[in-house]
Ligand binder design. Structure first.
Ligand SMILES: C[S@@+](CC[C@H](N)C(=O)[O-])C[C@H]1O[C@@H](n2cnc3c(N)ncnc32)[C@H](O)[C@@H]1O
Length: 225
């Protein structure tokens, strides 16, 4: 499209955008995970990614301290809350969630608004933990994509690196870190970083994560001494 004369581009671009948004809307409307999320009251279809990984790996147990990074709109926090629920209305354990964006409150979820790359957010998380170590850290953080592949991959790798650093400082020795990553540039470095930090490293691609998407997850269990 960039080789076309400017007047033609101005004419065609909105049509291409409309077609793209229509295709996205159709896909969204017909997506079984979107329908299930609506039926079960989850804030987004992302809930099913964590549910599926947890079914396989049994990560979430009542009584745990869990940190949810990149939590907004809150579907993973909702799943975490369900798993820690006591049956008498509360939870056993703690859920500390953080996001750049605001998040509508979820009962028993302690929310911090902040940028995980900034010291202020790390200090706020550390002070919420109050010296305790987490059993589980999950990160569904993804940078806003600029469309420039290498720059986006570098931002993603940076978030993963920071999440691994955070795990070293704040995870129990037998704890687990689950992070979102993208296949492609930077992926193998993230796997290497995980292998240096964790005893066991496993890639995960839940069915709820679209086949066409480069999105995938890395799970690290047990901190190396
Ligand atoms: C895919 S969404 C998370 C969806 C969430 N897991 C759920 O189930 O609702 C990614 C989130 O990462 C957050 N994010 C991206 N970069 C961040 C950063 N540097 N610090 C904190 N949050 C960040 C975004 O604001 C966005 O809400």
């Amino acid at each position: 499209m960039s080789r076309l004369p400017r007047f033609l581009r101005a004419f065609l671009l909105p049509m291409a955008k409309n077609r793209f948004s229509k295709a996205w809307l159709d896909q969204h409307r017909n997506d079984p995970y979107v329908k299930q999320a609506q039926a079960r009251g989850y804030r987004s279809r992302a809930a099913f990614k964590l549910i599926e990984i947890d079914q396989q790996d049994k990560l979430i147990q009542p009584g745990q301290i869990v940190v949810d990074l990149g939590s907004t709109p809150g579907a993973w926090s909702q799943v975490l809350r369900e798993r820690l629920a006591t049956g008498s209305g509360g939870i056993r354990g703690r859920i500390i969630a953080l996001d750049l964006l605001p998040m509508d409150p979820i009962a028993d979820v302690e929310f911090i608004q902040g940028d995980f790359r900034e010291d202020d957010a790390l200090t706020a998380l550390a002070s919420a933990l109050g010296g305790a170590r987490a059993d589980l850290i999950v990160s569904d953080m993804a940078p806003n994509l600029s469309g420039v592949g290498l720059a986006d991959a570098a931002r993603m790798a940076d978030l993963i690196e920071l999440a691994a650093d955070f795990a070293v400082d704040h995870l129990k020795p037998e704890g687990a870190l689950l992070v979102k990553c993208f296949h492609g540039s930077g992926y193998s470095q993230s796997v290497e970083r995980f292998k240096r930090t964790f005893v066991k490293v496993s890639p995960r691609k839940p069915k709820a994560s679209r086949d066409k998407s480069a999105e995938t997850y890395l799970l690290g269990r047990g901190l190396k001494r």
